[in-house]
Design a protein around this ligand. Structure first.
Ligand code: ADP
Ligand code: MG
Ligand code: ZN
Length: 500
């Protein structure tokens, strides 16, 4: 019997159960070299061109810690209000994986560099405090590509390719304590937390934080307990959910799935699960190993890390504005209402609007495009707004064309559609799709003459003292020109020809 596919609707699930969350976020740092060797870290480099004996795990190769990575780890810890260890070590996490050439991952175990922190997120105007258990340093694994199967998974593949370029890239894993918020807010809080983290990491300039490229990855732990019960239930860990939107969907799905399992008398199995973007469900991965299975022990090839308090305090001084303060400042600068700002933040548009405004666009125009046309396209494509492939420069370029009268809003929306579809620059899209706004007087004049000739009744009304009736003529001209006329210019011409 498969109970896995059965879900309970969210509302009934939340009547019976309280969800508990725990979020593990992996951040790839943007250091120029790897965690323990001098190899480069360029994303998308040809396979296995950024490797050396250390990150390939060749016998006798010895690691050296990347100072910049430690600095970034401390900054992240401080920004999350953590204590910074006076002394800590790396540990070996032993397990076999083909894309992990050393057969162990150099990580931190019971001595993380940062621990006991907290942060806050805002959802629907409410602030939720999230406790941070730890932020520790580790290294990324390589990357396997399974060839020949239908889904890209190993199942059904004929062979696999391994790329070690990513092996040894510095990672910080940020782990929350259990998060207990009202059930109906749980999924939104999870999303808001990762989105806030992304903004924070960007502001710290420690990572590219691209979820679509895997430099920010989130594993979502979810469990349920009977409403009001103090005892935690068994959790599942949904791996590598790669957009903010998917985090919300994956958490919601797990709540409804686990509720169905528990309500039918079943038991939730402690396991990792895979999120499927296309079908919106999670499926069973592997049973979760316990910490003792990894046979952790202190890494003998690396010296302990003992960051001096002076260094830590120096780094504290470099911290950027905390996200809540930044949000309040931008809202005031832009003159947005609470409601509008909420949409901006929830829509992942805050940074994009900030960048667009910095290019000279008004806040309202920037918000209109990002939360209108582009948000709709992102939603349709199932992507986060900043992964859509349209940037602030392009939005500013289109808005400039609107300001110059070369486009109106309707045509601009078509240009955005072209941008999303990768059809080239705004100018190329306008040329290819024939979108130029007609503002040339003679073409418009002819269209106005046609409208006047075709609507003698309207003309009569206008001339008998009802200038407002001229709107119908303007409408007729716009229709004649298929919306590609400069409305202000048309009004001018109509008024001139009718002497009003
Ligand atoms: P693992 O080795 O399984 O990844 P971690 O300690 O790195 O363990 O992360 C476990 C995460 O799950 C933490 O965020 C923790 O707060 C959370 N967690 C622990 N128990 C539960 C539970 N019963 N329900 C939901 N989340 C939990
Ligand atoms: Mg973990
Ligand atoms: Zn290397």
């Amino acid at each position: 019997m498969t109970v896995v596919a059965d879900v309970m609707d969210l509302e009934s699930a939340l009547e019976q159960f309280d969800p508990v969350l725990g979020l593990e976020v992996h951040v790839e740092l943007n250091t120029r070299s790897k965690m323990f060797c001098g190899c480069g870290t360029v994303f998308g480099a040809p396979p296995n061109t950024q490797t050396c004996p250390v990150c390939l795990g060749l016998p006798g190769a010895l690691p050296v810690v990347n100072e910049r990575a430690v600095e970034s780890a401390i900054k992240i810890g401080l920004a999350l209000n953590c204590e910074i260890a006076e002394w800590c070590r790396f540990a070996r996490k032993n397990y076999f994986y083909p894309d992990m050439p050393k057969n162990f991952q150099t990580s931190q175990y019971d001595e993380p560099i940062a621990f006991n922190g907290w942060t806050e997120v805002v959802v629907d105007g409410e602030t939720y405090r999230i406790e941070i258990e730890r932020a520790h340093m580790e290294e990324d694994t390589g990357k396997s590509t399974h060839v020949g199967g239908a889904t890209g998974r190993i199942h059904g593949a004929s062979h696999s390719l391994v790329d070690y370029n990513r092996a040894g890239i510095p990672l910080i894993e940020i782990v929350t304590k259990t998060i207990e918020v009202p059930g109906e807010k749980a999924a939104a809080v999870a999303r808001a937390y990762v989105s806030m983290l992304r903004d924070l990491l960007l502001a710290l300039d420690v990572s590219d934080v691209r979820m679509d490229q895997g430099s920010l990855r989130c594993d979502a732990n979810v469990s349920l307990k009977p409403k009001g019960s103090p005892v935690l239930g068994t959790r599942t860990e949904t791996k590598n959910v790669n957009s903010f939107r998917s985090i919300e969907r994956a958490v919601t799905y797990e709540i409804t799935r686990q509720a169905a399992v528990l309500a039918s008398g079943g038991k939730v199995i402690q396991e990792t699960r895979h999120w499927h973007e296309d079908t919106g469900i999670t499926t069973s991965g592997r049973e979760k190993s316990d910490a003792e299975d990894y046979r952790y022990f202190p890494e003998p090839d690396l010296v302990p890390i003992a960051p001096s308090r002076d260094w830590v305090e120096e780094l504290r001084k470099t911290l950027p504005e905390p996200p809540p303060a930044r949000r309040a400042r931008l809202q005031a600068e832009w003159g947005f209402t609470d409601l509008v700002m909420r949409d901006v933040v929830n829509g992942g548009a805050q940074n994009l609007i900030e960048q667009t405004v910095a290019l000279g666009v008004t806040p309202d125009a920037a918000r209109k495009w990002w939360l209108g046309e582009l948000a709709r396209a992102a939603n349709e494509a199932g992507k986060d707004l900043d992964a859509l492939g349209v940037g602030a420069e392009q939005v500013a370029e289109v808005q400039k064309l609107v300001d110059e009268g070369a486009l109106n809003d309707k045509l601009a929306r078509e240009v955005f559609d072209g941008l999303v579809k990768g059809e080239g620059t705004p100018a190329e899209i306008m040329a290819a799709r024939g979108l130029a706004l007609v503002s040339d007087d003679s073409a418009l004049g002819e269209a106005v003459d046609r409208a006047i000739a075709a609507n003698p009744d309207v003309v009569e009304k206008v001339q008998s003292g009802k200038p407002a009736a001229a709107g119908a003529l303007i409408g007729a001209v716009m229709k004649d020109m298929r919306g590609q006329a400069d409305a202000a210019k048309v009004r001018e011409l109509v008024n001139a020809k009718l002497g009003i």
